[in-house]
Write a protein that binds this ligand. Structure first.
Ligand code: SF4
Ligand code: SF4
Length: 369
């Protein structure tokens, strides 16, 4: 047995900004909501595990589980982020930073309880990979409340927090959920950049810019336009949230240096050596989908910002070994400066082997773009 307050004090000493504890009762309200959404064919998002039992029952994930400890680490101040990358892209991949903190916390718990705690037997650690409803568990643990933008919001730190969970076989007194919500505010719904927040707590991923920047493969013309200047993620529904604006000063003071913003611009991504990305980029969470998608999004952003000065840089991409990149380069050149692009597109038509690209060039040359 270990006290709730001891865990929190220990977490605080390890530089963990927020810590909450919950029991292992099923998430029955969320279960009903998910069943209804499944019935209506309105599943929350494509990345989510679709097993409703696993999503709403923590006991299925660790034998003898007694408690779940949820931690929150504050990342950068949203207002300092640039227009190209979401503020959660930090200098070091937050997954490792959180995992390290949670391992240390488990180590301390082991010392304080005098028990040897074995991974996967006595405890499990999750960062983003949780097969259960992470935000609902965090809400239950009193770490924050789920806002109408679907983000977990802590009254002190806003939604600029990374979440991690420790499932453990030690009984710890549970915290209560916070008695707080969005009230009458609808700012995120009104200002959603992609028009994806169709109703409170309802995010349509197909028009969410954050999702589109991570979607692999070919994006439709409408999707390319929707992406705007975003190379990775979109923070509009968070930036506009009063809870994030209140937390500005606190955020600055409490940032772990590893979680400072990875501040790179459009040119950085347009000139990226995809085969040999710089080490600093490899350290970030932005690489989880690979470097090609970053270059693709940078090309799209250059078009949407009408950055004609990058015409030559993009022209070099016509010889990229990825047909996806060549496809977007063809489209981008014609969008940026059709007259200048025409000669290069005709040359490309003669050497290009990929029919998706030759088809696209023909459409462009016929004025059908
Ligand atoms: S991330 Fe952007 S597009 Fe997606 S819900 Fe938020 S504001 Fe809308
Ligand atoms: S902007 Fe308003 S409605 Fe949206 S999450 Fe924040 S407080 Fe809630």
């Amino acid at each position: 047995m270990i006290k709730n307050s001891t865990i929190k004090e220990t977490a605080k000493n390890l530089g963990i900004n927020i810590c909450g504890i919950t029991d292992v009762k099923k998430l029955s309200v969320e279960r009903e909501r998910l069943l209804l959404r499944k019935e209506k064919g309105n599943w929350p998002q494509p990345f989510t595990n679709e097993n409703i039992d696993e999503l709403t029952n923590l006991a299925l994930h660790l034998e003898n589980i007694e408690s779940t400890i949820v931690i929150g680490l504050n990342y950068n101040n949203l207002s300092s982020a640039n227009r190209f990358l979401s503020a959660y892209i930090t200098k070091e991949d937050y997954h490792f930073v959180l995992e390290e903190k949670m391992k240390l916390l488990v180590h301390e718990i082991s010392n304080k309880t005098g028990r040897v705690l074995k991974k996967n037997k006595n405890y499990k650690i999750y960062v983003d990979t949780a097969p259960f409803l992470e935000r609902a568990v965090a809400e239950k643990a009193g770490v924050g409340f789920i806002g109408k933008n679907s983000m977990l919001i802590n009254p002190q730190y806003g939604s600029s927090i990374f979440l991690g969970e420790i499932l453990i076989d030690i009984k710890i007194e549970a915290d209560k959920p916070l008695d707080i919500d969005c009230g009458q505010c609808r700012k995120c719904l009104i200002n959603c950049e992609g028009g994806a927040l169709k109703a409170p707590y309802y995010l349509d991923v197909n028009s969410c810019i954050s999702y589109l920047t991570q979607k692999k493969g070919m994006l439709s013309f409408a999707e390319r336009k929707l992406i705007g200047s975003h190379i990775w993620g979109c923070d509009k529904c968070q930036k506009i949230c009063p809870y994030n604006n209140i937390s500005t000063d606190i955020s600055k003071k409490s940032i772990d240096p590893a979680l400072e913003y990875f501040d790179k611009d459009l040119e950085y991504f347009l000139t990226l050596d995809r085969k040999n990305p710089p080490e600093e980029l490899k350290d970030t969470a932005v690489m989880w989908r690979g470097s090609r998608i970053l270059v693709r999004n940078a090309i799209i952003a250059a078009v949407n910002l009408d950055k004609r000065e990058y015409f030559s840089l993009i022209k070099e991409k016509l010889s990229d070994n990825s047909p996806i990149i060549r496809f977007y380069a063809v489209w981008a050149l014609s969008e940026l400066d059709y007259n200048r692009a025409e000669t290069f597109l005709k040359k490309q038509l003669n050497i290009e082997k990929d029919t998706r690209i030759t088809d696209e060039i023909r459409i462009i040359l016929q004025g059908g773009n």
